[in-house]
Design a protein around this ligand. Structure first.
Ligand code: LLP
Length: 386
């Protein structure tokens, strides 16, 4: 065992695979539980999109979180993992009829609605079943988050949500409908947010809107502020559990929640990011013209974040203690963007060494693809490998 990895248990496994350290996951969930308990009216939903591995979902469900789903497939996964339907919220800019029907059949807690045409279809489908659907409107608060452009969602130019100006009209439309019940407002400004000022800006927008709607005597029972809390990719061991204390405290300090309201969160990355690593073996060490390559059996099909977002994942040689050398760490896929890191310092690499790509629990396994007819990576928990 080097560091936190049970390498002896890895030897019999086919690489690449995801390894989930359940202690880190459970510590993270315990911290969320403890912090949320300080406020009587906070509810946390796990954003299933970050990782839907059944073993990971089961642990999250055991710890009492609800589920934030963005597709019928995610609703199936959440139900299968035992999440109670009345703790499931369903978001997404393009919900298909069968997905809406699935939500209605399970009597999920709420649909986060992103447009009037969608609202009309939910009303119609709920009517056909003789049901009432709870709806919250996703508002585009036009707040820019200081994160990668591909994962900013709260700007006017993004496809998400309803603009602040249109919301009065949309609420009026909903209130005139027979089979939807307007219960709340939903926001989400982006992901991997480390500048807490972005969340303060969101709180200010929510406060503005609440005051405006209150003046019209519109009652709102639920405010959902989405997710977005970032993790420390540079130092996965330094603070594996994100600073939930400051995060929830920020909302307590800045969001003017009314006594009858519940504040909902949809956290993904901050729940599962640090518990997962992608484990691969070195296939070859290749001498290039003026650099050397460590060629792994894992590629962008297993972890696409570096190729797609130029994301940084800490890379470690967990087999060797040899002197540090510098490598470009690459995968086997036929794409030049199949690079995990350039000029990475690693303990001297040999064929067969295990390489860990850290902080890969969120948007790792779930975003894997079968490009090049590759098999999808499996996921193992530390509980299974004792
Ligand atoms: N709620 C909504 C409406 C969302 O769109 C998202 C993420 C979340 C909650 C959860 O956000 P989190 O707490 O995980 O930041 N694949 C990208 C991230 C995409 C995030 C999409 N939405 C990545 O690998 O960085």
């Amino acid at each position: 065992m080097k560091g936190i990895f049970p390498i002896n248990k890895f030897r019999d496994l086919r690489t690449p695979f995801y390894y989930y350290d359940t202690k880190v996951l459970r510590d993270t969930l315990a911290c969320i539980h403890e912090e949320v308990a300080k406020y009587g009216n906070y509810a946390v939903h796990y954003a299933v999109k970050a990782n839907a591995n059944p073993k990971v979902l089961a642990i999250i469900r055991e710890n009492g979180l609800g589920a934030d789903c963005v597709s019928g497939g995610e609703i199936h996964a959440a139900i299968k993992a035992g999440f109670p339907a009345d703790k499931i919220v369903f978001a997404g800019v393009g919900k298909a009829d069968w997905e809406i029907n699935l939500g209605l059949d399970h009597d999920i807690f709420c649909f986060n609605v992103e447009s009037v045409p969608e609202l009309e279809i939910i009303n119609e489908l709920a009517g056909a079943k003789g049901k009432m659907a709870n709806v919250a409107f996703r508002i585009n608060p036009n707040v820019g988050a200081h994160t990668h452009a591909n994962i900013t969602t709260g700007l006017a130019e993004n496809k998400f949500g309803i603009s602040m100006q249109d919301i009065d009209h949309v609420i009026d439309v909903a209130q005139g409908m027979k089979n939807v019940c307007f219960i709340g407002l939903h926001f989400h400004i982006g992901s991997q947010i480390l500048d807490m000022g972005d969340f303060v800006a969101l709180c200010n927008r929510v406060n503005e809107l609440q005051d405006k709607l209150e003046a019209r005597r519109i009652r709102i029972n639920h405010i959902n502020v989405g997710g977005g809390l970032g993790i420390d990719y540079g130092h996965p061991n330094r603070q594996p559990v994100p600073d939930f204390q400051s995060y929830f405290e920020l909302y307590d300090n800045h969001l003017n929640l009314r006594p009858h309201q519940t504040l909902h969160f949809e956290l993904g990355r901050s729940v599962v990011g640090q518990c997962g690593s992608l484990i691969s073996r070195v296939l070859y060490v290749k001498q290039g013209t003026n650099k050397q390559f460590a060629i792994l059996d894992a590629g962008m099909t297993d972890l696409i974040r570096p190729a797609l977002y130029q994301a940084y994942h800490k890379i470690e040689n967990i087999t060797s203690d040899d002197q540090m050398q510098t490598y470009d760490v690459v995968g086997p896929i036929c794409e030049s963007s199949d690079v995990f890191g350039k000029a990475v310092d690693l303990n001297g690499v040999r064929r067969g060494d295990f390489i860990a790509l850290r902080s890969a629990g969120a948007y790792g396994e779930i975003m894997a693809s079968g490009y090049n007819c590759r098999e999808l990576p499996k996921g193992y928990t530390s509980d299974e490998l004792v």
